[in-house]
Design a protein around this ligand. Structure first.
Ligand SMILES: [Zn+2]
Ligand SMILES: [Zn+2]
Ligand SMILES: [Zn+2]
Length: 152
């Protein structure tokens, strides 16, 4: 999906929840769209929004990110460094989200696009009679670059 159709898609989602995509909110949404592959913290979003709209306050960015989370436009996640990070919800996502690999040395976050948990899910649902809607997997370790640096 192109950025402009994604923007329209998310604007519709807001409208469905009786909210409008105001110019301020649009700045935040565009920053999220331009950094689709990253996992930005609220402060990082704020710094990028300020480049486009210098009058924006940090509280506004926080509120907007909260609003977007409530409307399932973005996901907030904690990768263990105490800062909440955000990413856009992929409209093509069937609800089972991708997994994250987190480098404990440089903080890089990589994505695993496959589910890979079907076997586990099947076992859980049959053994515990539990209907799985979603799950999150975070894998901590060292990225390729940091592994190289570690070696003499
Ligand atoms: Zn799954
Ligand atoms: Zn690393
Ligand atoms: Zn992600």
């Amino acid at each position: 999906m192109s950025d402009s159709s994604l923007l329209a898609h998310f604007a519709k989602k807001l409208q469905a929840g009786d909210c409008k995509l105001t110019p301020r909110r649009e700045h935040v949404l565009r920053v999220m769209l331009e950094n689709k592959d990253k996992h930005l913290s609220a402060e990082e979003v704020y710094n990028l929004v300020k480049l486009r709209a210098p009058e924006t306050g940090l509280a506004t960015v926080y509120r907007t990110l909260e609003l977007f989370s409530e409307h399932d436009i973005i996901h907030g996640m904690d990768f263990g460094d105490g800062r909440k990070r955000y990413e856009l919800v992929d409209p093509a996502d069937d609800g089972h989200h991708h997994h994250h690999l987190i480098c404990t040395r440089c903080g890089k976050i990589m994505e695993v696009d496959e589910d890979l948990l079907e076997h586990l899910e099947h076992k859980i649902s049959s053994k515990y009679d539990f209907q799985i809607d979603d799950h999150q997997l975070k894998v901590f370790g060292l990225c390729r670059d940091c592994q190289k640096k570690k070696k003499p």
